[in-house]
Ligand binder design. Structure first.
Ligand SMILES: [Zn+2]
Length: 194
């Protein structure tokens, strides 16, 4: 797989997903390609510090961290303003139950990411697999699968830390769209999907 001199779009649902899930690869190839890091759900009230619940303060801090991280890997940061699951009524349990959002919400995310794909025309797009069933990760993955054209190779990364917690057995045969995604995550290719 050629990573140098490519236009690479890294899509992360939240401000830390790329660093946690595919940070080694991005650090290793820093400066060798034209990379853009898009954060989809750029507003949040999630914090390890449970005493801090101010969404504005948390969002600001996480955006600063993400901008610093983008500089480390030589990427152009684009942070969208969509509210993450913590601001849409989910909690730590319900956000990871593989739920699907409304069609309207899905279309909004697809339009948002479709605009970036059209503008950037990436050779490679890294997107989460959705392992662990986090609603924001599933929305991001589904949007990219639908809006990336045949010229873009989609590559799926494991969603850490969720992937480390979720048992997974690959299907014996892949017939449904969901199963095909799992197979793609295991090394298949969805570059011809629309
Ligand atoms: Zn995430």
């Amino acid at each position: 797989m050629q990573w140098r001199d490519r236009r690479i779009l890294v899509v992360q649902p939240h401000m830390d997903d790329a660093a946690l899930s595919v940070g080694g690869l991005l650090r290793r190839t820093a400066g060798a390609n034209d990379m853009t890091l898009v954060t989809v759900f750029g507003r949040s009230r999630w914090s390890l510090d449970r005493a801090e619940r101010c969404a504005e303060a948390i969002t600001l801090r996480r955006r600063e961290e993400d901008a610093r991280y983008a500089r480390m890997i030589g990427a152009r940061p684009i942070i969208q303003d969509a509210p993450d699951s913590s601001l849409r009524g989910y909690d730590a349990v319900t956000e990871r139950q593989g739920r699907s959002e409304s069609l309207e919400a899905l279309r909004a995310i697809r339009a948002l990411l479709g605009g970036h794909v059209s503008a950037l025309r990436p050779d490679i797009c890294l997107t989460p697999t959705g392992i662990g069933g986090h609603v924001d990760h599933l929305m991001t993955r589904d949007a990219i699968v639908r809006c990336a054209g045949p010229a873009t190779r989609i590559m799926f990364y494991e969603d850490l830390p969720y992937a480390a917690l979720a048992p997974w057995t690959p299907p014996a045969s892949a017939t449904s769209p969901r199963e095909r995604l799992w197979v793609a995550a295991a090394g298949g290719d969805l570059s011809n999907s629309s």
